[in-house]
Design a protein around this ligand. Structure first.
Ligand SMILES: Cc1cc2nc3c(=O)[nH]c(=O)nc-3n(C[C@H](O)[C@H](O)[C@H](O)COP(=O)(O)OP(=O)(O)OC[C@H]3O[C@@H](n4cnc5c(N)ncnc54)[C@H](O)[C@@H]3O)c2cc1C
Length: 449
């Protein structure tokens, strides 16, 4: 037995969901168990002087969100993304200015692709407007009701079905954005894919804030509220409840340990939750089994330039037909409002879904070389300024809704007595879902104590 006392709650998992639950319960007798050697989960960044490298989540929800509340409470500095969100580099041409409606006329693509891009783009625009209406919060509404409405939006088909048969360039262009979810266009629900364009085209509506100094600062700030009540290297093996208590077992430095608590908040990814929580109702276990994650291979580059760079004005660049499908100018947030351009910067690229799978047999050095080569073909100057490259692979990147996903929601939200689930897989807003489900679990626990 780890401790003879009965804890108020054990929190399993030190990602955003677990740390936000921990932050909200920091005045209670809680213990947070994290299997890896760091806090943050899929938020991973490392400082390099005034810059930082980033490998995981990087844009966060804005004013009015649960994220916003916790950023404020923890004193974590965040800033609106300044750079352009919709830019594209295709077939040798990089477009980082002008309206997206001008892209079909400016991209070097065949005539039939141009026509298709216009017509498909119009259809998508209309669908994005519909999505915006569906996703709009209704004052006083239970967030779970809104979430279900979003999940149900165009979930009867995949995004590829929505696109229909289109020329390859068009397919790849839209695919670069949709695979940001780590799912292929023929896997993700159409409505969910459309939600991505809603985020990219309407910055006020979506994930539009960066954390100064790197994303990892945010979970670290919440974890600081728990101090030494966090155990790293503590891999939980089982969470079992009886009528009065929850028993949590874990392995730490090769030793089996156990704690007893009134409640447990399980904030691990769906497949881990399925494995470690005992006695799950069949429908909840089945729903967890059906949550799908896709992979990413991420490259983070530290740059050492002393003059302005061509990527300075943009934040996100879609890069179809490259070894990575997106590039993010992580250093962009430092540029907002600066009088003189500070030296250095940071870029992040990633291959997602099948493109990431295709790199499984490559070493990190080979991946880094491919990424750098492609980056240099888009921006030759990158060759001269990259000072450091670090590759990171995520086997379970993000949980993407597939057609019919809304049908799993009641089973995922089913009350489980003294065990409370949290994590981004419970909804569609990534970091915001992770944080809001962690906060909601903490609220339930506090109410029951
Ligand atoms: C490349 C990439 C880019 C992304 N970009 C964005 C973005 O820009 N904006 C956005 O909103 N979202 C983004 N996301 C998604 C975002 O990072 C996640 O939604 C969010 O971080 C998930 O938080 P979580 O707490 O639910 O899960 P996790 O962060 O996965 O936390 C789960 C934790 O549980 C721990 N754990 C696992 N097993 C055990 C065990 N047995 N015992 C104890 N602990 C265990 C894990 O180590 C981990 O720390 C991105 C993700 C990736 C991979």
């Amino acid at each position: 037995m780890e401790t003879s006392e009965v804890l108020d709650a054990v929190i399993v998992g030190g990602g955003l969901a677990g740390t936000s639950a921990g932050w909200d319960l920091r005045d209670r007798n809680v213990l947070l168990l994290e299997a890896s050697d760091r806090i943050g989960g899929r938020l991973k960044s490392e400082a390099r002087g005034d810059n930082w490298l980033n490998w995981g989540g990087h844009v966060f929800s804005g004013p009015g969100s649960v994220t916003d509340r916790l950023l404020t409470e923890t004193g974590t500095a965040a800033k609106q993304v300044g750079g352009r969100l919709a830019s594209v580099s295709l077939n040798g041409k990089t477009i980082t200015s002008g309206g997206i409606e001008t892209f079909p006329f400016r991209l070097p693509i065949p005539f039939n692709a141009r026509v298709s891009l216009i017509t498909t783009g119009l259809r998508l625009r209309y669908a994005v407007i519909q999505y915006g209406r569906v996703a709009k919060p209704i004052p006083g509404e239970d967030p779970a009701v809104r979430q279900l409405r979003i999940l149900k939006f165009m979930e009867d088909r995949t995004f590829a079905d929505f696109l229909g048969k289109v020329p390859e360039d068009v397919d790849l262009l839209f695919g670069a954005t949709v695979t940001r979810s780590s799912g292929e266009t023929n896997e993700v629900a159409a409505g969910y894919g459309i939600g991505y364009f809603h985020q990219v085209w309407d910055r006020a509506a979506g994930l539009s804030r960066n954390i100064l100094g790197g994303s990892a600062r945010f979970p670290a700030a919440m974890a600081a509220g728990l101090g030494d009540r966090i155990r790293l290297g503590a891999a939980v093996t089982s969470v079992e409840q009886d009528r009065d208590r929850v028993r949590v077992r874990w392995t730490e430095n090769g030793t089996e340990r156990e704690a007893v608590a009134k409640h447990a908040i399980v904030a691990t990814q769906a497949h881990v939750t399925r494995r470690i929580v005992g006695g799950l109702p069949d429908e909840t276990a089945g729903a967890l089994d059906q949550i799908k994650y896709g992979p990413y291979v991420v490259g983070a580059f530290l740059t050492g330039e002393t003059t302005p760079m061509p990527w300075d004005p943009l934040y996100a660049l879609a890069t179809p037909r490259r070894s990575f499908s997106m590039m993010f100018n992580i250093g962009n947030v430092r540029r907002t409002g600066e009088q003189h351009r500070a030296p250095g910067g940071s870029l992040m690229v990633y291959a997602a879904a099948n493109l990431a799978r295709s790199m499984a047999s490559l070493s990190d050095e080979e991946v880094a070389a491919r990424f750098r080569q492609d980056l240099a073909e888009i921006y030759p100057v990158s060759r001269d300024v990259i000072k450091e490259t670090v590759i990171h692979r995520w086997a379970h990147g993000t949980a993407y809704p597939r057609p019919g996903r809304s049908r799993l929601q009641p089973a995922l939200e089913k009350p489980l007595g003294r065990i409370h689930l949290a994590g981004d897989y419970l909804g569609t807003w990534y970091t915001e879902t992770a944080i809001s489900t962690g906060a909601a679990a903490a609220k339930r626990v506090r109410g029951a104590l």
